[in-house]
Each structure stands twice: as structure tokens, then as C-alpha cells.
Design a protein around this ligand. Structure first.
Ligand code: CDP
Length: 791
């Protein structure tokens, strides 16, 4: 990327926030130190499932630096032992009766420093009576499975919900009449968002004013405030959530964790601010896993490759408490976008959610709720079909992709895709990749192997085409805990023409301070450097549901454009008073209103801003100043899409996979800052390589978590990633004020299938049709054992 000057609108300007980040001047929760601050630490369960017989805290309380020890019993007295989850379930803040996953919160120590708090945890004596654990979600509904949630009255099994989408009868009919049906069990394993900065909070309760201030690296400060008010019975206007700089969220920082609630209680009990920061193992073991979907997919098609219908059945592992963050109407998130990017006659899915003795969560890890699972499934299934039909997977996709003239497209599961030109994106990706040459190279290589002259690595070429559904969402369809998913924006232009924009979404590194200033710049012609973007403080920003599911640009980005246009309309009236002409006689060019037909007669936005604050007489009913507010309720989601091609070299001797090339063509409508978009795509592609090849939160049969450090839970580094080859098409969203669609998570959603499809393409000569992620060397090696090389 070479363009770095500051544009007066859209373009690849450097990120404003980087001035402080690259100087080490970011301000993260753990950088905040308050006078008299104490430190909290959480005692966690060593068992996945056990009854608590007793907890003895006397020795810990006697530690000279300990100020308080809080247990489930303490919280029970305050009616805070259980809290609601974002999915209308309950979750233990500190365990009272039983522990239900390894790493569950059992007690909270508040001490003068963090070392003393940790030391004192060792002094707490908990007697457990271990119980058998439910680890495999597919066994959770067995009649003899131990009941995990016996805290819930009348609960006699581990069932959470059944949910379905689509037309079952029509789909079954399509399957009955199909020329070919392929079916495949596909696991999207349990992974973790693993942001660089772990979760943490500082609670400061002021007994005199009754004000509770919480510094917390949350992705949704306003929603947190409301939930604290509802749960703790504190008046909402006395709660302030400050969400400072955040070192990555990816869905991990949406929920309210027991540690936050304990910090609040700790502050109320001690009268001092209390900080709680989890460490890496705590983060991986206890806060919000993602995926864990056991899926069975089926495709019905004609022998010449026309896909007719898709049918899916899912067991969703939700851990010990249903803590997923999904819009209320959709317990399986947006999984019903599983029909993908194809023109289908019918589709149907059913999803059953179950409890297991694992950490709660099921968060939208860098995706719009469950879109990633859906995209992975359908893209794997299309390759399985291509395998069975002995056809090229690119040609099969091209044949079935939705055509541009079908938009807006009503999907068989109830979505309205807003806009798209899918064949163009796939053609571009194939062009960048040199697809035909790659296939020719692969054919020659296979011929050598078949002639017994093989050796070294096998080349695989994998494709995925994805459609995301981002920007939750229209209020009438989407809420979280009853809070409608609309977001506010406020814009104030000062007398000297400098502006402050206040928004409800919260950046975790995506560059909002830059891109939202660019939207105002584009609309008003003020330099982005002269626009301050304020976010992440509930006392300073309008209400809204926060940043996740790539919803910021579709919702708050739209709110920003709308509020800037309101200011522009106000500026027109002021300009008309200044120029003594009717507002109808004025025309806008970026940064200036001028008299139609007499362009020299005009006023710049800076001149107008000063006049708006001056003694200039304004028309009857027009208030002075230059500001506006808005609440944006999106009419629909936006549907970004993309075509990805991955080239891998697989060593059949060791199972080692090397990603040689990765081509990503993304379409997110109008790009506000192409450089930031590319950065978002780079990160997501690395994420995809990680999930496809190495990331897994694994458990042993007793429910012991085997992936609780970065020694076991492997993340991709630059060593595993190729130099990304990006391309773009631009199909504006017709309903978004600036035609933008979200993009933050597109690459995480689209890339795992491309990598996995590439590995399985490489293994095709061995007759391997499917293998589950992560495709570690051991998994790849295992997949080809006993499978003779076919020629
Ligand atoms: O909600 P989140 O910020 O994670 O995702 P997003 O709305 O897709 O935006 C990610 C970043 O890319 C933000 O800085 C956006 O403003 C920017 N972006 C852009 O420049 N153009 C787009 N069409 C979409 C996003």
C-alpha cells in the first residue's frame, strides 16, 4: 500500500490511532492504576464436574495482605451467586453447589498486590466430590449421561434447545428426487478467539456518590452498563463503563465474566477500586470458546452438477452454561446462512444445543454469530460433491453461484442478500491465481507420481466462496437480551470548524478513529485530522450495542454518514442566511455550499460553523450551533462476499502442510480505507490458516482442558503464512448510506475452507474425501495411512 497522505474522505490514509500505539502510549485496562487500588484473583476448579463439599477460607483471610475473600456463599447473600447469560440462561458467578467445567470460578481473593492475591488462592481449601463428566456433545443426550444443570428446577437431561430453519418438506422432496446425494460428517472444532490482551476490569464503587465506574476491555460498553444495572439493581445512570484501548476482541470480550462481577463486589466490600486481569491460561480455559459444532451436511444435485438442495443437522456444544452471544431469535446465530452463495431450490437445517462439562461461550469468534460454521460446512460439502462427481471445484462453483441479476436475493432460509456479483469475484481470484496453470502443474505432478516417479510434496488447490451476513441488525428482528440492535451517533462541529463525533461502537484495533473520521470528512469536507472520534465511554457516547459481528461499519458507519448529512443540512440553512438566498438555491460540493449558477458565491463549512455560533440571524425555528444526533436502525444486514484460493504443498511422509499461496478477492462494497480493509483481511487469513491447520481446545475424557497455553494452543505466525495476494471487487450495498458492507471478519469466515479444501485436494490421489480440522501433521498423516496412492 503506497497512498498515505490524508484524503478528505475515503482512501488509504494512515491510522490516526497508530500515533499513540507505535509510541507505546496506548492505554489498556492493565495500564490503569487508581489510588488505593487492590487486586483480585480467581480460584478455579481443577475438576470438570464435581460437587463442592466444603470451602475453607480462614487461612487465606489471615494472610496479612488479603482484604477480602469472596465465595459463592458470600454472593448468595447478595443474590449475585448466579448471573444471566446473553442467551437467557444462568451462569454461576462463583460456584455454590457444583463445579461444571475445569477452570470454573470458585472463589475470589482481594489483596494489596496481585502476587499476594495469587498466593492466597493456595491457602483456600476446597473439598470436592468428583462426578463423571460429559465431554462428547454427541453423548450429552444419552439417557445415562450425568445431568450437568441440576441447579435448574426439573432439569433431567443436558438439552438446551432445538432450532430449525428452512422448508423441511420441500427439502426432503428435493432429496428424494435427486440424481445424486452426498453426505458428510463435518466437525468445526472448539477454538478460541485468543486476543493478545486477555480480559480484565477495574471496578470502583464510590459509596458517597453511589457511582460505579468500571474500566473494562469490553466490546459492548453500553450493553454491559444496562446488564449491570439489571442484575445488580444499581441505577443505570450511576454506572459508567470505560472501555479504553483494547488489544483485540474477536468476540472474546462481548460477555460479562464472573471476574468482572467479583471485581464489582470486591470494590463494594472493600470500599477500594479492585482490578482483575486474567492470565493466558485463564483466558483459554474459561472465557468464551467458539465453534464446537458437530455437523452432518447433505447436498442433493443432478449428475451434471446442478446443486438442488442442502440439508444440515447439527449438535451444538455450548459448554456448561449457555453463554453464547446471539440475537434472541436465533439460538444458533446466523447459521441458517448455510445455503452459502448458491442458487438452491430448497434448504433445511436443524440444530440441537446441549450442555457439556466444558467452558461456556459459543461466541461469534470473528464472525457474524455462527456464519463461519455455516460457510465452512457448505464449502466443504461443495468440494465433497466435486470429489464424487469427478469435477473441477471451481467449475462446479461457477455453475451454481448466484447470478448478479438475482439480487436482491431471497434465500430459502429467509435472508435477503442485498447485492453481489459472485462470478466476477471468482473469475478475478482464478485469474490472479493463474488457476489453469496451477491445475496443469498439479496434473503433471500427479502423472509423475502415478508413473512411480513421485517424491517430495503433493500440491493441493483449494477454493472457497463465502457470503457473510453482517450488520446486526434490523431492530424488529434482532436484539440481545431484549436490547434492539440499533446504534446512535452524535456530531458536533465547533466554531472553528473542528468536529467531534461520538459513537457507540468500540474499536479493538480495527481503526475506527480513522475510518469514522473519514466518513465525516467525505460528507462534510473537513479534514479527518480535524475530527476527533470519541468511543468506549458510556458517559460520553450515545447508546448502542457495540462492536462484534463486523457490525460497526454497517450500523455505526451508517449512523455516522446520516448524522453528518443532518449537520450538512443544518449548514445549508446557515449558509442561506449568510448568503441571503433560499436554501433551495444552494448546491453542495465537498466542504462548501454555493449559490446555484454562481459558484463564486459560497461559504465553506468552517465559515458556516463560525456563523452558526455567531449573532447571525437564523430563520424562525432554526437553532444555532452546528450539531446533530441520530439513531440508526439498519433496514437489512449487509452481505459481503469473497472468493478465496489457497495453494498448499503437503508432504505425505510427514503430514506437514505448507501454505504456498493464498489469493483473496473480497467485496465489501465501498471501501472507506482500503489499507485498513486489507489489514483486516490479512489478519483474518492468518486466523483461517491457524484454525485449519493448528488451533484446537482439546479435552481428555475427564474433561481436563489440554489447550490452556500457547505451547498447546498453537497460533499461526508469519512463518506459517504466505505473502497474501489480494484482489477486490466493489458492489455497493444498496441500502447502506455510503454503500459499505462490513469486512472485519470476512477473511476469518472464508479462509478455513479454502485451506482445508486445498489439503484434501492434495490428498485426493490417496482417496481421502474429508478430514476434520485442525489438519496438523499428525492428522494429515493419519488420514492417508492405509489409503494406497491411487493412480
Ligand atoms: O465491527 P468491526 O469494526 O469489527 O468491522 P467492520 O465494520 O467490518 O470494520 C473494520 C474496519 O474496516 C473499520 O475500521 C472499518 O471502518 C473499515 N472498513 C472500511 O474501511 N470499509 C468497509 N467497506 C468496511 C470496513
Amino acid at each position: 500500500m503506497t497512498t498515505v497522505e490524508t484524503p478528505m474522505g475515503y482512501g488509504s490514509m494512515r491510522r490516526k490511532e497508530d500515533a499513540r500505539f507505535i509510541r507505546g502510549r496506548g492505554n489498556y485496562v492493565d495500564d490503569v492504576t487508581l489510588p488505593g487500588m487492590l487486586y483480585g484473583a480467581v480460584l478455579r476448579s481443577p475438576f470438570a464436574h464435581a460437587r463442592i463439599v466444603s470451602i475453607d477460607t480462614k487461612a487465606a483471610e489471615a494472610h496479612p495482605k488479603v482484604r477480602a475473600v469472596i465465595t459463592g456463599a458470600t454472593l448468595e447473600g447478595l443474590k449475585l451467586a448466579w448471573m444471566p447469560t446473553l442467551s437467557y440462561d444462568t451462569q454461576a458467578v462463583l460456584a455454590t453447589d457444583k463445579v461444571r467445567f475445569q477452570g470454573q470460578e470458585v472463589a475470589f481473593v482481594v489483596a494489596e498486590d496481585r502476587y499476594a492475591a495469587r498466593d492466597a488462592l493456595e491457602l483456600i481449601d476446597v473439598e470436592y466430590d468428583p462426578l463423571p463428566a460429559v465431554v462428547d456433545a454427541r453423548r450429552a443426550l444419552d439417557p445415562d449421561a450425568p445431568v450437568i444443570r441440576d441447579d435448574k428446577e426439573g432439569k433431567s437431561n443436558n438439552h438446551i434447545f432445538d432450532w430449525s430453519s428452512g422448508d423441511k418438506e420441500k427439502t426432503d422432496r428435493a432429496f428424494a428426487e435427486a440424481e445424486i446425494v452426498v453426505a458428510q460428517d463435518v466437525l468445526y472444532p472448539r477454538v478460541h478467539p485468543a486476543p493478545l490482551e486477555t480480559c480484565g476490569a477495574i471496578a470502583d464503587f464510590d459509596k458517597v456518590t453511589g457511582k460505579l465506574t468500571i474500566w473494562c476491555n469490553t466490546q459492548a460498553p453500553h450493553a454491559h452498563r444496562t446488564v449491570y444495572a439489571m442484575v445488580a439493581g444499581l441505577p443505570e445512570h450511576k454506572i459508567r463503563i470505560i472501555s479504553p484501548d483494547i488489544g483485540g476482541g474477536f468476540g472474546n470480550k462481548v460477555g460479562i465474566y464472573p471476574g468482572y462481577v467479583c471485581a464489582v463486589v470486591g470494590s463494594i466490600v472493600t470500599g477500594k477500586p479492585v482490578k482483575w486481569m486474567e492470565d493466558r491460561s485463564e483466558n483459554l480455559m474459561s472465557t468464551s470458546f467458539a465453534r464446537d459444532y458437530h455437523m452432518r451436511g447433505e447436498i442433493a444435485a443432478t449428475r451434471d452438477g446442478k446443486i438442488k438442495a442442502v440439508r444440515v443437522s447439527v449438535i451444538a456444544d455450548h459448554g456448561a452454561f449457555n453463554g453464547t452471544a446471539q440475537p434472541t431469535k436465533f439460538p444458533a446465530g446466523f447459521f441458517h446462512v448455510f445455503t452459502g452463495s448458491y442458487d438452491l431450490e430448497a434448504a433445511y437445517c436443524d440444530v440441537t444445543g446441549v450442555y457439556t462439562n466444558k467452558a461456556p461461550g459459543g461466541v461469534a469468534y470473528a464472525c457474524s454469530f455462527r456464519v463461519t460454521e455455516a460457510v465452512y460446512l457448505v464449502e466443504r460439502m461443495v468440494d465433497v460433491l466435486a470429489y464424487e462427481l469427478h469435477t473441477d471445484p471451481a467449475a462446479l462453483r461457477m455453475r451454481n453461484l448466484l447470478r448478479p441479476e438475482q439480487f436482491p436475493y431471497a434465500s430459502p432460509t429467509g435472508w435477503e442478500y442485498d447485492s453481489g456479483d459472485y462470478p466476477r469475484a471468482l473469475a478475478l481470484a482464478m485469474d490472479i491465481a493463474g488457476y489453469d496453470d496451477l491445475r496443469a502443474e498439479q496434473a503433471a505432478q500427479r502423472a509423475r507420481w502415478a508413473a512411480g516417479e513421485g517424491g517430495g510434496t503433493l500440491t493441493g488447490i483449494g477454493i472457497s466462496f463465502f457470503t457473510e451476513a453482517v450488520g446486526a441488525g434490523p431492530r424488529k428482528h434482532m436484539d440481545i437480551l431484549g436490547l434492539g440492535m440499533a446504534d446512535g451517533a452524535e456530531l458536533r462541529v465547533h466554531p472553528t470548524g473542528k468536529a467531534v463525533l461520538r459513537i457507540s461502537v468500540q474499536s479493538q484495533g480495527q481503526g475506527h478513529e480513522t475510518t469514522y473520521a473519514q466518513i465525516v470528512a467525505e460528507e462534510l469536507g473537513i479534514s479527518p485530522d480535524d475530527i476527533e472520534v470519541v468511543h468506549g465511554d458510556t458517559d460520553q457516547t450515545p447508546f448502542g450495542l457495540g462492536t462484534y459481528g463486523s457490525r460497526s461499519t454497517p450500523v455505526s458507519g451508517a449512523a455516522t454518514a446520516v448524522v453528518a448529512r443532518k449537520v450538512r443540512d443544518r449548514a445549508r440553512i446557515v449558509a442561506s442566511a449568510m448568503l441571503e438566498v433560499s436554501p433551495d438555491d444552494l448546491e453542495w460540493e465537498k466542504g462548501r455550499w454555493f449559490v446555484r449558477g454562481d459558484p463564486d458565491q459560497g461559504r465553506t463549512i468552517t465559515e458556516i460553523a463560525l456563523a452558526a455560533h455567531s449573532s447571525l440571524e437564523l430563520p424562525e425555528g432554526v437553532e444555532g450551533h452546528l450539531d446533530a444526533t441520530t439513531v440508526y436502525n439498519p433496514p437489512n444486514l449487509t452481505f459481503p462476499f469473497g472468493a478465496y484460493i489457497c495453494v498448499v504443498d503437503v508432504d505425505p511422509g510427514t503430514g506437514q502442510v505448507k501454505v504456498r499461496r493464498f489469493i483473496a478477492v473480497d467485496d465489501c462494497g465501498v471501501r472507506i480505507n482500503p489499507m485498513i480493509v486489507e489489514g483486516q483481511v490479512h489478519g483474518g487469513l492468518a486466523d483461517g490458516v491457524g484454525m485449519a491447520l493448528m488451533e484446537l481446545i482439546a479435552f481428555d475424557p475427564d474433561g481436563n482442558c489440554l489447550g490452556a497455553s500457547f505451547m498447546d494452543y498453537l497460533l499461526p505466525t508469519s512463518m506459517e503464512c504466505p505473502s497474501w495476494e489480494l484482489g477486490a471487487t466493489v458492489t455497493p450495498s444498496p441500502h447502506h448510506p455510503i454503500g459499505a458492507k462490513g469486512v472485519g471478519e470476512s477473511a476469518t469466515v472464508g479462509s478455513p475452507a479454502a485451506v482445508v479444501n486445498a489439503v484434501l485436494d492434495a490428498l485426493k490421489p490417496y482417496g481421502v474425501r474429508h478430514a476434520d480440522m485442525p489438519l496438523t501433521p499428525a492428522a494429515v498423516w493419519r488420514a492417508i495411512q492405509g489409503a494406497p496412492l491411487r493412480t
